[in-house]
Design a protein around this ligand. Sequence first.
Ligand code: ASP
Length: 445
Amino acid sequence: MRNDYIKVVKFGGSSLADANQFKKVIDIIKSDSTRRYVVPSAPGKRFDGDFKVTDKLYECYHTAKNGGDFRALLSVIRSRYDDIIEGLSLTLDLTDEFRKIEETIVAGCDSDYVASRGEYLNGMVLATALGYDFIDAADVLFFDNKGEFDTYKTQKVMSTVLRLHEYAVIPGFYGVLPNGKVKTFSRGGSDISGSIVARACEADLYENWTDVSGFLVADPRIVKNPKGIDVITYTELRELSYHGANVLHEDAIFPVRMAGIPINIRNTNRPEDKGTMIIAHAERSENDPPITGISAKKGFCVLTIEKDMMNNQIGFGRRVLHVFENHGISFEHLPSSIDSVGVIVTTESLRPKRDMVINEICRSVEPDSIQLEEGLALVAVVGRGMVNRVGTAARVFNAVAKAGVNVRTIDQGSGEFNIILSISEKDMNPVIQAVYEEFFGEESV
Ligand code: ASP
């Protein structure tokens, strides 16, 4: 058993956008010797209107594929790295690396390989600047034949390799397929890589450094100066992220959650801020606010199916859902009454198959009526503090009523830590503002 404290630190693209940002990152890492494994993203935007290296790499790939001048794009990318190298006074020459990338593109490669070079090169630069070992993610992070992340193999190989390196940089975002080809996660996937590294080295903490000081109770574009969230559980975060709060890639939670490793979201530009701590369980305390966060997402519709005596018909729900399943449509919620059931799905997933789905449901369960309503937003009010606390729902609905908004459907999970309302899309912002004001405004208790 090891007895030393280990932190895995992941830095996002804005934290590594230029030499100045690199210096902040180096200071952060060097100020704490337990920050042993570093997972970088590719350089992000330096200013509004700038380009992200990953976007340029995709452009480079597509240009090459269409027979265009991809070399010009590659040299624009190269100058981003050269500026960083020069700004940090490093003696690192990427000529051979860029030659290899160019040759691989000419030979015909996948877009994943090209996109992954953003992290790969940034990892090399950061490892040189820190004096840390460089571990290519393609040697330690594996996908299977179906392109799914291979937990078992990765855990086995990565943990063994990490033990051989006291301090190392492992680029984020990609790994390797069984056929040796590079594969990336979906966009923003370096968060997942960081989580995987944290699990492999049995880290005590996974610090995820970005350009905000953690999660906010509500979207700052909707609520003015919302409060920050100090502590949030994985489960609460899943609910909030799913419904639109995006600071961390939603799949980044799983590897660390399994191992019970907390994640701390920190701000590279304000390292003095504590950020948000994401933990497995929080002891319930009377001082917890009843609500941890509010998030919302537009683009939903509800298909309401009515039939007298529906509650007595065994298999009714299964038959309805079977139709959605057959069409590959995943449902979000199922608010129901005695004689009706509503199926809430994304409008985007239903629209192309709408008539077929409705016809098949009519044939399958012969409803008395079936109605589709589009233009709904789902608002999730989430908080471990509402479990067993009387009156939270009343306050939520009071606030919504005061805002003059009609609630279309209501759903509360049996875990009792979320209330999900569907409302008309146009009411989304007023509802979020009203609920925030009720729980966090000056006059709230
Ligand atoms: N560089 C990749 C992207 O822009 C991955 C990441 O930053 O996490 O999506």
